[in-house]
Write a protein that binds this ligand. Structure first.
Ligand code: AVJ
Length: 308
């Protein structure tokens, strides 16, 4: 696991456009920073989706009643703090089991203990694994429904997003459903403010990946020699986060030397934004059909139900 982290980091820093995978943001400290991001006024995706979910879940309950679906196995992909599943479980009473899949075990174990306290009768399982690949679920009579909130799908390039949706369809199987949160295209300033907040929490979140590399991979990044950059790439429909070198400098990682020019960046994250119709095309290409769409006021965030 650690070796994989090292290999990924070395490979990323050898690229002409240096890059690191955003999945490495989430060590204990990074997960805490992300929770703080979710509290920010500027970071609209978290609160907007959270306020949509009770209504979504009430309507889903009606929808499944009409379809005579009486029990649901809910499967959260890339589960972190498990905040989002609570309003769903509260309203969608036909959920008879809950499985959370994620790569980072610690944070999730803690969160699942807390969830169990709120839903003492619900069987809760935690599965550690790569949720982007097909996974073997335990056999169940209940109808599987995937849950992928927070616009986490925005971290994938569209082609990888399609592949993820296809793999999720394999994991969940025939007759399953998928409930997804997708961030939408909107005013550029609003997008950029969400990823470059005035309290600099996102900057700290971004730079924390260097702290983690220093600690875990024997590196010597100097944090104050890099600055946080977040900008909307209109052409590609994505927010890009980078760490920009303020000087010409050298950095050692596990004995290998990396050269930075002044102004050169490490690309740390993409966060794709989709018009709902654009996303429909992606879902269709992955073998799903979109059944329902819930839009937040002014269309600033979308929740969708896909069926298979
Ligand atoms: C967890 C991927 C949904 O892209 O909005 C938040 C991560 N990065 N602020 C996002 C993130 C900077 C977030 N996702």
């Amino acid at each position: 696991m650690k070796d994989e982290f090292l290999q990924d980091v070395l490979a990323g820093l050898r690229l002409p456009q240096k890059a690191l995978s955003p999945k490495y943001f989430y060590d204990a400290k990074g997960s805490k920073y992300f929770d703080q991001i979710c509290e920010l006024e500027e970071y609209y995706p978290y609160r907007t989706e959270l306020s949509l979910l009770p209504e979504v879940a009430r309507e889903l309950k009606q929808y499944f009643k009409e379809k005579s679906v009486s029990s649901i196995q809910l499967v959260e992909f890339g589960a972190g703090s498990l905040h989002k599943v609570k309003p769903v479980l509260k309203e969608l009473t036909m959920v008879t089991e809950f499985t959370a899949i994620d790569i980072s075990g610690e944070h999730l174990q803690e969160a699942s203990t807390e969830l169990a306290a709120s839903f003492p009768k619900l069987p809760i399982k935690v599965a550690q694994g790569d949720f982007t690949k097909p996974i073997k679920l335990e056999v169940s009579e209940a109808t599987p429904m995937g849950f992928f909130p927070g616009s986490t799908i925005g971290n994938f390039d569209p082609e990888d997003a399609r592949e993820f949706l296809e793999n999720a369809r394999t994991t969940l199987g025939e007759g399953s459903y998928m409930l997804l949160g997708v961030d939408t295209k909107k005013d550029q300033q609003m997008l950029e403010d969400a990823y470059d907040d005035s309290r600099n929490i996102t900057a700290r979140f971004n730079k924390n990946i260097l702290t983690r590399i220093n600690r875990e991979l024997n590196a010597d990044f100097e944090l104050d020699q890099f600055e946080h950059v977040a900008s909307y790439n209109q052409q590609l429909g994505r927010i890009e986060m980078h760490l920009r070198s303020l000087t010409a400098q050298q950095v050692q990682v596990s004995g290998e030397t990396f050269q930075f020019e002044k102004g050169e960046t490490i690309h740390t994250e993409n966060s794709y934004k989709y018009h709902p119709e654009e996303f429909d095309q992606l879902a269709t290409a992955a073998g799903w059909r979109r059944e329902c769409l819930w839009l937040a006021p002014d269309g600033i965030f979308a929740v969708m139900l896909l069926a298979n």
